[in-house]
Design a protein around this ligand. Structure first.
Ligand SMILES: Cc1ncc(COP(=O)(O)O)c(C=O)c1O
Length: 375
């Protein structure tokens, strides 16, 4: 039996999204910039999707810029902000997704900004006071994600955005892992930039959106036809955008919390030496990240894969080398423990049976690996 427990990596595409994509590709296949009937049909489909999304996110339609995904949305905000800023300080949490961390490091070095990385507490949550203490009159940008993709820990974005606004510091909130898993109200948050991605909510891969607060300057790097109000040139991927809009609000993770909590309880009962990361702070409902001492996370992942369980390990591939999770390391977890970690992210179809099957399998694999190692 196959069980897909890697929803934070991507969600299976929802039927409603597939249907919307198919319908749009078939009946609105013109170029939305063309003035004839075919172009108008595509423009209508694009506008409808944008309006639906704006309504769902509680933001003006004109604030939304469609992109090729969360990565591009983050790149757009960072370049858009830093390229025209006078030299200054950039304050970023150390647990951001690589699409923020690498991009901001690159542009800070190139443009001569000073980069300040702020570590979270041991539980994976940023201390808003510590983060805000780094903000000053020289700060030209701040970045704090809404929910962490590895630990699931929810970050104090409201407080940080509020302080950034008081100090007139542009702030990017990566909302990719928050969308669909919690109430996301863009207007109420009030950040200058918020990024989202369709495939984390059951929409298609390769489409995302950046919400840019009205009046905020964002230099464009995608020049050409002037689409998206001149902010991102290139013919819009209308079917993908329609699929994204169709997926909004469909997944309801309310029950995932029960499954996740049950999983962690069973895991700790059967493997008391396991450490669960971030369990004493608020997390998105579906995510569990834990360390199994003495075990290599990659080996566990591969063994689980052989038994049909798809999970993620606490390491990321960079230039062909497996690097231990920068998130866990920023939380103070040592390299060895970070390499012994797994992330399970449940979907809405999972039940306590799936959770207990995973625990049983982990126990079996650990026993087997210990036996093989002669322990
Ligand atoms: C927090 C976060 N930000 C950004 C991204 C990148 O999104 P995309 O895959 O759409 O480029 C991801 C994807 O894993 C993510 O988890």
């Amino acid at each position: 039996m196959q069980r897909y427990l890697d929803y934070n990596a991507t969600c299976p595409t929802l039927d409603v999204a597939l249907e919307a994509m198919h319908k749009t590709a078939k009946h609105a296949s013109g170029n939305p910039s063309s003035m004839h009937w075919a172009g108008r049909a595509a423009r209508r489909a694009l506008d409808d999707a944008r309006d639906k999304m704006a309504n769902y996110l509680n933001v003006e339609s004109g604030s939304l810029v469609f992109t090729s995904g969360g990565t591009e949305a983050n790149n757009m905000a960072i370049f858009g902000c830093l390229s025209t800023a006078k030299k200054g300080k950039v304050v970023v949490s150390a647990i951001e997704h690589p699409s923020v961390l690498q991009t901001i490091t690159y542009w800070s070095e190139r443009l001569g900004h000073k980069l300040c990385l702020v570590r979270p507490q041991k539980n994976g949550q940023m201390d808003a006071d510590i983060f805000c203490a780094e903000l000053d009159e020289h700060t030209v940008m701040a970045c704090l994600m809404w929910a962490n993709n590895e630990s699931g820990v929810i970050q104090p974005v409201h407080k940080v955005v509020q302080v950034c606004k008081q100090l007139s510091i542009p702030v990017l909130v990566d909302g990719v892992q928050a969308l669909g898993k919690m109430n996301v109200d863009v207007n109420a948050l009030g950040a200058d930039f918020i990024s989202f991605s369709a495939h984390k909510i059951g929409g298609p891969k390769g489409v995302g959106v950046l919400a840019i607060r009205r009046g905020v300057q964002c230099e464009t790097w995608a020049l050409g036809g002037g689409q998206e109000r001149g902010r991102r040139s290139g013919t819009e991927n209308v079917p993908a955008v329609a699929g994204f809009a169709a997926a909004l609000g469909v997944l309801d993770y309310a029950d995932a919390e029960t499954v996740r909590d049950g999983f962690e309880e069973m895991l700790l009962a059967k493997m008391p030496d396991v450490t669960i990361h971030g369990s004493d702070v608020e997390r998105v409902a579906n995510t569990s990240m834990f360390t199994v001492p003495g075990m290599d996370g990659e080996t566990l992942l591969m063994q689980l894969d052989l038994s049909g369980f798809a999970v993620a390990s606490g390491s990321a591939c960079s230039s062909g080398k497996r690097e231990p999770s920068h998130v866990l390391q920023a939380m103070g977890v040592n390299e060895r423990a970070a390499r012994s970690s797994l992330r399970v992210s449940f979907g809405i179809e999972h039940t306590e049976d799936d959770a207990s099957a995973l625990v049983d399998e982990l126990v079996r694999i650990r026993g087997l690996l210990k036996h093989m190692a002669g322990l």
